[in-house]
Design a protein around this ligand. Structure first.
Ligand SMILES: *[C@@H]1O[C@H](CO)[C@@H](O)[C@H](O)[C@H]1NC(C)=O
Ligand SMILES: *[C@@H]1O[C@H](CO)[C@@H](O)[C@H](O)[C@H]1NC(C)=O
Ligand SMILES: *[C@@H]1O[C@H](CO)[C@@H](O)[C@H](O)[C@H]1NC(C)=O
Ligand SMILES: *[C@@H]1O[C@H](CO)[C@@H](O)[C@H](O)[C@H]1NC(C)=O
Ligand SMILES: *[C@@H]1O[C@H](CO)[C@@H](O)[C@H](O)[C@H]1NC(C)=O
Ligand SMILES: *[C@@H]1O[C@H](CO)[C@@H](O)[C@H](O)[C@H]1NC(C)=O
Length: 433
């Protein structure tokens, strides 16, 4: 006996298909789902600093330690009211005074102030919100442009001093809940998920910085959820290869920087004897190990720098020294150094984290070519009065893959992508779809 197919499932399937096709135009609209946004990062050859392109072409200095974007405002910008949450979040994040503040009567406008990360000068201005276009991505290519806004403090022209040539402002990626560039992009894209956009619920305040080591080809910033792919195309989602660690917050409320939880340093597997209490904060927020993209090289307080450089000299005592090249102290003849996939064959430096993980710095991120046949240990003595014990600088983070999860206060990291035989300059910016 042959069994007749039951008619019921077929009807259900047909009904399901009709339902789906009739709902599709409503839920998806014209836009594909937004999983993440992507933008190129350029390294400036003159300052060795990094900029991100907003609205396709306008360059902003990437600053992990600033709370919001400081840049020019269009002539017809709208003011924000002083009681708005984005005003409160921006206002309580600076030790700089606000100049030309609101005086009643009239619209109580929001102003905020910020310290220029390069010159140290204070700037204040009116707060506004600026709408731009930014590319969404499937993780492999830019797909379509979506509009999103960010919180901007209107900058006077002299705020551009010290920025890379062509940059028009400073993009703060700091630890805020509402006003940093990644925080606001995530918020703005998510609230529009019930309008014309379909947004992945995992699109919240998390971002990837992948700084390029070359000025010729851009690196990449992602905002939102993985996957994150780099060429060659057979490489799996880079987020599968990350090590995770906790990020610390300074007890100083106006400090929005991200700090690593470090217990010590090692050179060539040997622990360096350090005043380790300096690696943690005191009650006012001095000390700690900060991440900064606005200094080119890692800077250490003298009490950390001295034992570190001695340990490095000991570990490399078989390599003859060359005369110092400012700002560096210890230089080598590159013809005496081997070469590996991860740079010159020199002893690795471990930043030993309290949760047992290591951020290991290999030759590509420890030795900087300064002239023909000469490379120097790219760490700088910051003096006795440095506030952080160590500030990890741009050169040490080039071709590192760094995923900042701000609400969860975690960092997913790969100290160098060269171990995976790729670099930050390998995102395929050719538009797909
Ligand atoms: C962003 O780009 C669009 C299209 O190129 C342009 O019309 C708009 O004025 C730009 N917005 C800003 C804030 O630069
Ligand atoms: C802020 O906005 C007010 C009102 O539009 C304007 O009078 C003032 O000049 C602006 N301040 C600055 C520093 O741009
Ligand atoms: C608190 O942080 C701000 C911003 O980073 C800094 O300028 C200030 O010096 C810090 N205060 C102390 C006491 O370290
Ligand atoms: C971290 O580095 C230290 C010093 O080189 C080493 O002793 C330790 O085994 C490393 N830990 C891991 C998890 O690799
Ligand atoms: C949040 O952080 C904890 C450790 O601090 C980690 O175990 C957990 O996986 C993180 N959650 C997400 C969603 O990344
Ligand atoms: C880059 O992406 C484009 C568009 O998807 C594709 O045609 C091209 O083959 C990709 N390039 C490489 C090197 O994979």
């Amino acid at each position: 006996m042959t069994q007749q197919p039951h008619p019921f499932p077929l009807t259900l399937i047909l009904f399901g298909i009709t339902l789906l096709t009739s709902l599709l135009p409503l839920t998806l609209g014209k836009q594909p789902a937004v999983n993440a946004l992507v933008a190129p990062i350029t390294k400036d050859s003159c300052t060795s600093l990094y900029t991100i392109a907003l609205n396709s072409t306008k360059q902003y200095l990437i600053d992990l330690t600033s709370p919001f974007v400081l840049g020019p405002c269009p002539p017809d910008y709208t003011l924000v009211h002083c009681t708005a949450p984005i005003c409160y979040d921006a206002n309580h994040r600076s030790d700089c005074p606000i100049i030309n503040a609101y005086r009643p009567p009239g619209f109580c406008r929001c102003m905020a102030s910020m310290r220029h990360p390069i010159t140290g000068a204070c700037f204040s201005g009116n707060e506004t919100v600026i709408r731009i276009y930014i590319a969404s991505t499937d993780g492999r290519n830019p797909t379509s442009l979506v509009s999103a806004d960010y919180v901007n403090i209107c900058a006077p022209d002299n705020a551009l001093t010290g920025l890379p040539r062509g940059a028009v402002g400073i993009a703060g990626f700091g630890r805020t809940s509402l006003v940093s560039l990644p925080a606001r992009l995530a918020w703005d894209v998510s609230i529009r998920s019930n309008e014309n956009l379909v947004v992945n619920p995992s699109f919240y305040n998390r971002f990837v910085l992948c700084l390029p080591s070359t000025t010729n080809t851009p690196g990449v910033a992602f905002f939102g959820a993985n996957p994150y792919y780099l060429l060659p195309s057979y490489l799996p989602d880079i987020s599968n290869s990350l090590t995770y660690t906790t990020l610390l917050q300074s007890p100083n409320y106006s400090d929005v920087a991200y700090y690593l939880n470090v217990k010590g340093l090692a050179v060539n597997g040997m622990s360096v004897s350090l005043p380790t209490y300096e690696l943690t904060f005191d009650s006012s927020g001095r000390g700690g190990v900060k991440l900064s993209t606005t200094i080119p090289y890692t800077t250490m307080k003298t009490s950390i720098y001295k034992p570190f450089i001695e340990a490095y000299k000991t570990a490399t005592n078989w390599i003859p020294h060359k005369p110092s090249v400012k700002p560096f102290e210890l230089c080598f003849d590159t013809r005496d150094l081997g070469s590996t996939r991860v740079g010159y064959g020199v002893p690795p430096i471990d930043i030993m984290l309290n949760d047992g993980k290591n951020w290991t710095i290999f030759g590509a991120n420890s030795l900087k070519d300064v002239k023909a046949n000469t490379a120097c240990l790219a760490f700088v003595d910051g003096g006795e009065n440095e506030i952080p014990a160590i500030t990890l600088g741009g050169f040490q983070m080039e071709d590192s893959f760094l995923l900042f999860d701000v609400p969860n206060s975690t960092l997913g990291f790969i100290p160098t992508l060269r171990g995976l035989q790729t670099t930050c300059s390998n995102f395929n910016f050719t538009s797909g779809v």
